[in-house]
Each structure stands twice: as C-alpha cells, then as structure tokens.
Design a protein around this ligand. Structure first.
Ligand code: DMJ
Length: 933
C-alpha cells in the first residue's frame, strides 16, 4: 500500500527494521489530531471550557491521590469508604483480586508518571523519593505476575522514563541516578522464576521473596494461566532489557509470546482465554477481545510500534483479521469458540473490551472503533458507568464497576484520530458521573452495583494510573503538557515508555522468534492506518455519519435483530419469533414453531416442554431460527427464575458530611415495606435497646420516628422488626454480628420471615454486613445525627441534596412514614420456613415457585443436536424493529424515567426493569474475577 493511499507505517508491510523516527512518525500518523480540520457536527468546545474540564480532572486527581497519601500510604490501596489503607492479610480476602497487592505501595508506584502528565512535577519528585525510601520489593507475599508487571514494573519504568526526561530538561530530578530503574531491574529478576516452565509461559503467581519452587513460596502448583497474563509482558520486559542492557527479560517475554502464537487455533487464528502452562492445551476455548485476552492483542501491536519488529505486526494483523471476521459484529464484540468461530460463546460482553476501539484507532481501523465506542457510550448513559458485563440487548449482566479506565482510553484515542468535539462531550459526561456517583469524602469508590448506585470500599490503583491520565490528555492542548506525549507509547496500564527504545540495545530482538509466519495477502492490510489528515478534510462529518445510525441502538435495542436478523428484514420477511413474545395459545406462533422444527409437549404437571429437531425444520434458516429460539427460551427461563429473587437495596447516608455520597449495599427483607414499590424511607438513625432488638425496646423515645439500628442474632428478623415497629421506628437496619463480614466478600441475602403471617410488619427492613454497618455506626459516633435513606436505588447526590433543609423534625419523618405505611403491601412469594437468619438469596432455589407465565417452558437442551448457526451473518443496525419497535420504545421510555439523573426524590426505576436487570451471573463473575482484574 502506498504512502499516497494514506497507509504507511503501523499497518503496511514496512521495511525490515523500522528506525525509531519512522516508528514514532507512524504512530503519530495514526493518532494525528484532526482538530484543525473539523468543520461541523457536534459543537466545538472552547479553549476555556477545555481548560476548565482539565482543571476539574486535576482537582479530582488531587482528591483521589491526596486521600490515598493521607489515609492509606504506604498501603497498596485506599479504601475510600472507611478511609484507610488496604493491607493484604488485614482485610478479608477478596480472592484473586488481592493478588495485585504486594505490600509495595502499589497506588504510589502506579501513579508516578500520571503526576508528570498532570504537570505535578514537584509532587512527582516527592513521590519518587518516597518510593526509593519506603518501598520493599522483597515481601513474603504471593502476587500476580501479570498485575505486578503491568502496574509495578510498568510504573517504575514509566517513572524512570519521565525522570530522565525531566533531568535532561535541567530543572527537576537533577539528583536522579536511575534508582527507579535499579528497582525495576530488581523486580524483573524477582519475576523471572515464574518463567521456569517447559513452555516458557509464566506461572500466574509468584512469591516476591521466595519465588516459585521453595516450599515457603506457597505457589507454583498452578497449571493454567490466562492468555493476557502470559502475553502482556513484552513492553515492560523489553523496555527493561533495553534500558539496562540485560537481554534476558526481553528474551523471556518473547519466548512466551512465541509459544502463544504457535498455539493459536490454526484454522480460526484465534486464541482461547486460558491455557495450560505445561502442555500448551487451551483450557478455555472461548475467545473474545475482553477479559483474559485483551492486552495480548494490544501488546502485539504495541510491541511492533515500540520495537519495530515486523513479526509482531504480522501476528497482530493475522489475529485482527480473525477478530473482525468472527468476533466483531459491529457495534458488538461477541466471544466465539476458537474451533467453531461462527458460534457465539456468550450472549454478553464484558467491560474490559472497551479498550478495543482505542486499539483499533492505533491500528487505523476507525469505523468499527467509532461504532463500538458509540454503543458503549449509550450503555454508560443508561447506567452512568459501564457495568462489568452487559447482555447483547444491553441489560446489566454483572452490575459491578471498579472505575475502569478503558472507555476513557478509547475516548481519548478516538478524539485524537477524529478531532470530533463529540468525544470531548463524552469525556465531560465521564467526569460528571464520576463526581456525582463515585466521589466520596475520602476519594472515589468503585460501584458495587450500577443499578442501585451502591459503593464498594475500593479504589484500584489503575484509576490513578489510567483514568486521570486519559481524561487530562483528552482536554489538554500540546502546551498543557511539559513534554511531547507522542514520543511515548502507553502500556496497558497507561505507563509511558519512550519510543527511542526501539533503537537501543536492539541486538537481542528476534533472537528467539520463530520464522513460521503465514504469508499474508494484501487484504490483511486493507483497513490499516488510514491517514486521518487525508481522510477528514474530505469528510469532516465522518465520525458523526458513522454514529448516526447507531444513535438509539441501546434504547431501541431490538435484541435479536442486533445480531443477525436484518437480512430477513431487508427481504421484507417478518422478523423471527422471539422467545419473550411466544404464547402457547397463539396458533400463528405454533405454526412458526413447527416451521422451525420445534415441537411442543404438554407435561402432566401443566408445564409445557419444547423440543427442537433441526431436521424437521422447513429450511436450514428456519432450523437456525429454531435453535436461537430455544437458546433464548433457556435464557429467558433462567432469567425468570432469577427475577423472582429480590434485588439488593441501598442505604445512603444523606446527612453532613456525606450528602448522599456514601451508598451501602443492603439485603432486602421478605417482609415489611417493599422499597422497590414504594417511596424510599428517610430518617435519622438510632440504636435500639437492647441492641439485638429481641425484646420490647427499653428506649422507645430514642427510636420513635427514626430508623432503628439492630444487631443480627438471637431471634428472628421478623421479631426484631415487630419490636422496633412497636417502639415507633419508621424502618430498621439489621447489622451483622459476624465481625468483619462484608458484601465485598459474602453473597448478599434476603432476610426471611418467621414462617408466620408477616403482614403486620409495615416498616422497611434492610440488612447490612458488619463492615457496611460499621460505617454507619462510626458516623453516629462522630457526628451523632446521622440521616439515611433506605431505597431500591441510590438517589442523586446533587446540590439539591446538599442544600436541602435537614428534615430534623420527627413529625416530618412520621408523616412520611404514615404515608408509606398506608400504601404498604406484601408481595413476596419466597417465604421460607428455615431457621432464623440463614436464608440465602442463592441457596434456596427450592423456595422459588414454579414459573407460571404464559411463555414459560420446560426445555430440554440435550435435544438440541443440530448446529445450523454456521452461516453467521453480521449486522447492519439500521434495520427496523418493526412491530417490536413500539413495545421497545415504550420500554425505553420507562427506562428513561428510571434514569437516576432525574431529580432527587423522584421514583427512579420501575421494579420490572430492576428485576430484569437483576441477572447477575455468579458463574460469570467467578470466571471473570479469575481471568483478570
Ligand atoms: C488495568 O490494570 C489494565 O488496563 C489491564 O490491562 C486491564 N485491566 C485494568 C483496568 O481495568
């Protein structure tokens, strides 16, 4: 491809060895800012507004970093709700997530180069001194090799890169003598024993002090690792080698990459999510661009940019071709099976894939980047943050959000590539949402549940390493940054490595690379690295024109249509029958079922069983529709089961100085006022006496008109509720007596009744684990008057709340309570006769009543023996939803009403919508937690 075609550098088959200037130029070419060529579309943002937003980012960073330094340092992370440091071993284990914590002041190291990007040079100098003085890399602690590499090794190298840049400028860091690099080298040697496998793939964990082998190491028995875990080392390891001249690091990282390349599934050119580090067998054969694989692809392309080695580009392009062929269904990116890449492996996407549009910009494939980014943005607008996982029809699949930076990263790169001010507005929304929903008095707290707005006592180090960097750079002009950012490449943790490394100590490159690369035909480079300088002057509305057809893709989601049904729409045929629309009494539906090879069996117990025989279908397309219908029916049926469970509730502290900013996840009760159906309950808290609430209260005057705090244990939940209600309480919060328990580590449950009629209990009751409960108890100790809001979803913490008159009169509260009591009703069909306080949301499936909806079916998936989905079509999203449209429109309007951006106190989300969203998939949760943070 010729230069005139706008495609040279990072995509075209470049000369054998690209000199660094060419590599840098190529990178710059892909990312060239097109601001100057913008002429229409989203309104341009003034320099003043950009500066204002940049300053806001600086203030937010100060709030996060300042609180970490003040309340957590030298601990690895800040716990922003309890305002203290997270020290491994001192907090209940959160499983694999804790493997990032090595007692090495993780957040400080991860923040080093952010300080320089944000022009906080003085603070950087101080931070480096602290790292050199305080950080110990020799702790007896087992850490993740992947996380330690990207966050700590990357953090030290990023810090070193900018330290030497500053030193050369002559003002700051004049005393610096490569000390960070020496630490990085020490850490590099500590990680090397992990590579002691026959495959060369690293063990997933290592003991910083004892390595792998020694018995004291307590690790080294693992057999599997994730692809990203083994394939995300080359940038840091090669930089370490090139900075120090010690070639071994780059060699090891290359060897691991070579092995993964060898093991790619040869016909699809895809890789699985997890691999056996000894045999090289794929353990999980599903493949996507999110959790478990993401940064493997990222590092292939960036290794080419940083190291100028063509083999990495060839590998990347081969994988990219496969990704675009099988996984990309614009705007979706859906996992498939590596051996059967036409078969989707999931019906949901994870939040980590939000980095992919950014990588596509670096690759130069702008169109799908714009499409996927737009889809993600709409999901964010719906839920304020990107949930950890969401379904193909954009409902929450896993509701957590640990303040991940990937979407901000892609927004930044898309702005650089298009110059479209739309992306500045996107960034502004991200800033607003962070301040509105995640900011707490002591930092920023991860979202435990984007639906309720509740928090988790967690602020991951990547929030400082990445989020603030990308947001600041988005609004910064060249002169706002004290060095040229385009001389550097971002690692996956957004650490900066200088591009000049490509020409330093390069003798080691390619020593271990295999020569077995497939000949690639030119089509592989068709959409490579378009020169934005040529592209955008011709069509300044390019990005907008791509977004336009997608503008309602989430709200008007036509779920089945998204994936591959538009062909039948286009040909004028009716859209296929969807499981949720199916009615066993509708003769037209029965006819469609027959055509799809699906037969209906009426079971003796009144249920209906559906069985599909593809061979009996009228055509292969009908068979395919039938299979999809069955899959939908299985999902629908399991979702209906889950929907009968009660979703979590929120306890929001609304009084000074919290002003609604701290939101605690609470378990509901199977009795009392149902907060999802009624107005929230607001009131000051008071501890009951006796604290366990198991007998008549001796302090009714203290709890009258208030929300009573009661300790769990010694009697039934319902008994406690009756006792506080009799004393005049307007609500109750039961706090777990099991010290240290937390919703971070224990599954939330609903409080069961006592097996008797509980209709007499009219007040709302919520349950808090001990850690969340102690946040309220601590607040009471410190501020005495603590007011909380019990609801199904946190309400806006906007100025309205801060300015709101504190309703201190007990009468007000009582009036509110009276209003609620009159409208209270019981609507819980999960009453359970079990022993007191043992009911678990997940452990009593037997208490679910059999589904009796008109479209419910008992399905035998084992009968699904056909595989007609091989004809995989991709989407064009301008297809209409036809008769579904109105219905979905209605639904989206209802959901709009439920947007928490509506004003304080308004009913925020209908129960149906919450129930539909309450689809947390524990298995997926565990799988993803395991794969990657
Ligand atoms: C970061 O640590 C890195 O970006 C990593 O590659 C993926 N996950 C987190 C942030 O979400």
């Amino acid at each position: 491809m010729s230069e005139a075609g706008g495609c040279w550098g990072c995509g075209s088959p470049v000369p054998q060895r690209a000199p660094w200037s060419l590599v840098a130029a190529a990178t710059a070419l892909c990312l060239v800012s097109a601001t100057s060529v913008w002429t229409a579309g989203a309104a341009p943002m003034s320099r003043e507004e950009k500066q204002k937003l940049g300053n806001q980012v600086l203030e937010m960073f100060d709030h996060a970093y300042g609180n970490y330094m003040e309340h957590a340092y030298p601990a690895d992370e800040l716990m922003p709700l309890t305002c203290r440091g997270r020290v491994r071993g001192q907090e209940p284990s959160r499983g694999d997530v804790d493997d990032a914590l090595g007692k090495f002041s993780l957040t400080l190291i991860d923040s080093l180069d952010t300080l320089v990007v944000l022009n906080k040079t003085k603070e950087f100098e101080d931070a480096v001194r602290k790292v050199l003085r305080d950080v110990n890399l020799d702790n007896d602690v087992v850490v993740s090799v992947f996380e330690t590499n990207i966050r700590v090794l990357g953090g030290l190298l990023g810090g070193h890169s900018l330290a030497i840049m500053l030193k050369e400028k002559g003002e700051y860091m004049q005393w610096y003598n490569d000390e960070l690099l020496q630490m990085a080298k020490q850490l590099g040697y500590k990680l090397l024993p992990a590579f002691n496998t026959t495959s060369g793939l690293p063990y997933p964990r290592i003991n910083l002090k004892f390595g792998i082998r020694k018995p004291e190491a307590r690790t080294g028995t693992e057999t599997d690792t994730c692809t990203a875990c083994a394939g995300t080392l080359i940038l840091e390891f090669a930089a370490l080698s090139r900075f120090t001249g010690a070639t071994i690091f780059e060699e090891y990282a290359r060897k691991a990459l070579d092995f993964l390349w060898e093991k790619r599934q040869r016909s699809s050119n895809l890789v699985g999510v997890t691999i056996n580090i000894h045999t090289g067998d794929w353990v999980r054969k599903d493949s996507g661009v999110g959790a478990g694989i993401d940064s493997y692809y990222e590092y292939l392309l960036k290794a080419y940019v940083l190291l100028g080695d063509d083999s990495f580009l060839e590998r990347f392009n081969t994988h990219y071709d496969a990704i675009m062929r099988y996984i990309s269904q614009p705007p979706l990116l859906l996992d498939v099976h590596i051996h059967k890449p036409m078969l989707n492996a999931r019906t949901w996407m994870d939040a980590l894939l939000a980095f992919f549009p950014g990588l596509q910009v670096l690759k130069g494939d702008i169109r799908p980047a714009i499409e996927t980014h737009e889809m993600l943005y709409q999901v964010i607008k719906k839920h304020n943050f990107l949930p950890e996982a969401f379904t193909t029809d954009f409902r929450v699949h896993w509701a957590q959000h640990p303040l991940r930076p990937e979407f901000a990263e892609s927004t930044y790169f898309l702005y650089k590539a298009t110059g479209d001010p739309y992306y500045l507005e996107v960034g502004k929304t991200l800033i607003e949402n962070l301040n509105k929903y995640a900011r707490v008095p002591c930092g920023f707290a991860a979202m435990k549940d984007v639906r309720t707005g509740s928090h988790e006592d967690r602020m991951d180090s990547f929030f400082l390493a990445e989020m603030f960097k990308y947001l600041y750079l988005l609004f910064a002009d060249k002169e706002d940054i004290i060095f040229d950012i385009e001389d550097y490449i971002f690692t996956t943790e957004a650490h900066l490595l200088p591009l000049w490394l490509s020409t330093t100590n390069q003798s080691i490159s390619k020593k271990n690379t295999t020569s077995d690369y497939t000949e690639l035909d030119d089509s592989n480079f068709d959409w490579t690295c378009p020169n934005t300088q040529i592209l955008f002057p011709n069509d300044p509305l390019y990005a907008q024109s791509i977004r336009e057809p997608l503008k309602n893709v989430v709200d008007k989601s036509c779920p089945r249509g998204i994936i591959r049904v538009e062909e039948s729409f286009r040909s004028g045929a009716k859209p296929p029958l969807r499981a949720r629309d199916f009615m066993a009494t509708n003769p037209e539906h029965l006819e469609i079922l027959k055509k799809m090879g699906v037969s209906l069996i009426h079971l003796k117990d009144g249920r209906v069983q559906l069985v599909q025989h593809a061979i009996q279908a009228a055509s292969s397309i009908d068979a395919e529709d039938g299979l999809r219908f069955m899959q939908e029916m299985i999902e629908l049926s399991s979702q209906q089961q889950k929907e009968q469970q009660l979703p979590p509730r929120a306890v929001q502290i609304v009084s000074h100085p919290f002003f609604g900013r701290v939101v605690l996840t609470a378990g509901p009760a199977q009795f009392g006022l149902d907060l999802s159906k009624h107005k929230e309950t607001r009131g000051f808290v008071a501890s009951s006496k006796p604290y366990n609430g198991c007998s008549e209260l001796t302090n009714p005057e203290a709890v009258m008109g208030k929300i009573a705090l009661i300790q769990r244990g010694q009697c039934m939940f319902a008994e406690k509720a009756r006792n506080i209600q009799n004393a005049g309480a307007i609500g109750g919060i039961v706090i777990d007596d099991n010290e240290g328990s937390s919703s971070d580590t224990a599954p939330l449950f609903q409080m069961a009744g006592d097996g008797k009629d509980t209709d007499d209990i009219k007040i709302p009751m919520l349950f808090l684990f001990s850690k969340e409960g102690s946040i309220i108890l601590d607040a009471v100790r410190e501020y005495e008057e603590v007011e909380v809001l019990l609801s199904d979803k946190a309400k806006d913490r906007d100025s309205e709340m801060e300015n709101e008159e504190q309703p201190s009169s007990e009468n007000d509260s009582q009036n509110q309570s009276a209003e609620e009591i009159t409208s209270s009703s019981q609507d819980v069909d999960l009453v359970d006769q079990e022993s007191p306080e043992e009911s678990s949301l997940n452990s009593h499936p037997e208490s679910l009543s059999p589904t009796d909806m008109d479209n419910a079916a008992s399905i035998d998936p084992s009968e699904q023996n056909s595989d007609p989905t091989e004809n995989h079509e991709t989407t064009s999203l301008d297809g209409e939803c036809t008769d579904l449209d109105n219905q979905l429109q209605e639904q989206s309007e209802t959901e709009e009403d439920s947007n928490p951006n509506v004003s304080w106190g308004k009913k925020v989300q209908p129960i149906d919508s919450i129930l539909a969203d309450w689809n947390e998939d524990i298995e997926a949760f565990e799988m993803m937690e395991k794969d990657e943070l």
